[in-house]
Unconditional design. Structure first.
Length: 74
């Protein structure tokens, strides 16, 4: 009886280890995808900044800060 329970516990542990490995792989892929998106977004913002010029960029940043401040206050 004890041997059967031990085999069942070992089977459950193995299944849990497999599930953890699957989740770990999925999490790794998601983090890599997120990093790629971050790099793309940074490049896009840099390109936009160069396109509109530093003066316009600074104005835009200030406008966004003001909008965020108003949202926080509400």
């Amino acid at each position: 009886m004890v041997k059967i329970k031990t085999m069942g516990v070992q089977k459950n542990i193995k299944q849990l280890q497999e599930q953890v490995n699957i989740l770990s792989g999925a999490l790794t892929r998601v983090l890599k995808d997120l990093d790629a998106i971050k790099i793309l977004a940074q490049g896009t913002l840099t390109s936009f900044q160069l396109h509109i010029g530093q003066e316009e960029w600074d104005k835009l940043v200030e406008e966004l800060k003001d909008l965020e401040k108003r949202d926080v206050e509400q």
